[in-house]
Design a protein around this ligand. Sequence first.
Ligand SMILES: *Cc1c(COP(=O)(O)O)cnc(C)c1O
Length: 528
Amino acid sequence: MPTATRWSRCRRRGRRKLIAATLPDIVSTPVNKAEGLNDPSLLEPADWEEFRAEAHRALDVALNFVRDRPQEAAWEETPPGLKVTDKELPVHGQPLGEVVNAVQRDVLPYTLGNTHPRFWGWVNGSGTPSGVISQAFVGAINANMGGRDHSPMYIERQLLAWMRQLFSYPEDASGLICTGTSYATLLALAVARQHALGESVREQGNGGAALVAYCSEQAHVSVSKAMEILGLGSRALRSVPVRPDFTLDHAALDAMIRSDVALGMKPFAVISCVGAVNTGAIDELEIIGQICRENGLWHHVDGAFGALIVLSPELRHRLAGIEHADSIAFDFHKWMHVTYAAACVLIRDGELHRRSFATSHAYLQGESRGVAAGAPWPCDYGIDLSRGFAALGIWMLLNEMGTKRLGEAIYRNCRQAAWLGQQVDSMKQLQRLAPVSLNIVCFRFAPAGLSRQQLNRINRHIVVTLHCDGIAVPSFTELAGETAIRVCIANHRTRLDDLQALLDAVIEIGARLMTAGLEGEEFDVSTH
Ligand SMILES: *Cc1c(COP(=O)(O)O)cnc(C)c1O
């Protein structure tokens, strides 16, 4: 018998004995029916009806969470006992019901709050109840969206065709559903690099080419990260000054391009902001596109949240010129409220996109029939081979709501921001720090007689207090050195009463801090 042979060999070589004793050779040991290789319930329920009852209870827990979250605090800190990472790795499992209980007890009460009506921090989507259902189907199907011929691939393709249609892109433009605008921008700039350096860049790398790109100083950090990852370096990303409305100053852009060319640099791309992260400013796409065409540069649009105003008939005119851009990156998980993570990149030149990522490995070769058919495969348009089925949640939400309701939710947030801006302007103690151009309001508590430093400290303290007391979640940012309370309304659950509550709380906390300050405290928030 093979095992016996092996044993004797091991006895002769004393050192390997232990290995042979503890690791029976799984290939050569005769298979015994009593091993349970016919047992269907290894990772499946032993009793489907019992499992179904547990699953229905879990679904109720999830739905109740979505329904009741607005009545809870906007945020509650995770207790210290749950911030630990020293729990034992589970070796023996437990019934699903126990695991659901743990989620209900330890996770649900301490979530970020972005499903709450008073969450306006950073840019977060607020999800929808039906997201619970699409996630269930994603789990049921467990599609791998790298390629091959199966119905989920046609859902993603339909979705991309709809996106082309929304942005008036040509039919041979390509796209990919991906995890975020950071990822989408990285892909787009990789294609832009290939556009500038030719196909040889895939084999030879950048080869010291002095490529430079341009974006406004208000652009998102993901643009600079993409430059780093592409091996071009963040210094090769020129920061173009903005005008008083925080949009890119295109006269300055034009001058910077000329000066770089004179210095022997090779400008290759301009990244426009549609919805700059601090203020919501929308760069002038027509003019920037014109500058790009004149100089042979790639025009990429970072429309992470802003590009979705394409869904609103009242707002979409502000995207004029986006249809000429070479690429567009945007998120579904922000202002369209699709469950994280779901984003999209569109590339006007679909063939260049494919040539920037396609590979030809034997084990990934396609066929004209069977499971290996269905070309072209998404894995030839990006980095991932295995990909999740985010497209389903987007497709289901579009089918459920239609573009009309989703666009209304976006428009409503802009009107709410306008209202908030008007309220701020009407209140003596408050000061607006940027124009309200979309869904973001930047303002501060600004009583007379405080220095800039004191104003900055007191406003940071106000935001932290709003969080810690669970009242609301704005974030803060800096505009020309001034700390602003930043309210980004990408939340379909927000009502005017919520924004009124925010204003009342800011005034109340500010007044309290002023009194404390008069008693000698220096609004010191350094301890937070
Ligand atoms: C959020 C955001 C990004 C990054 O998108 P992710 O989906 O978080 O990767 C890029 N640009 C802007 C303007 C954003 O708001």
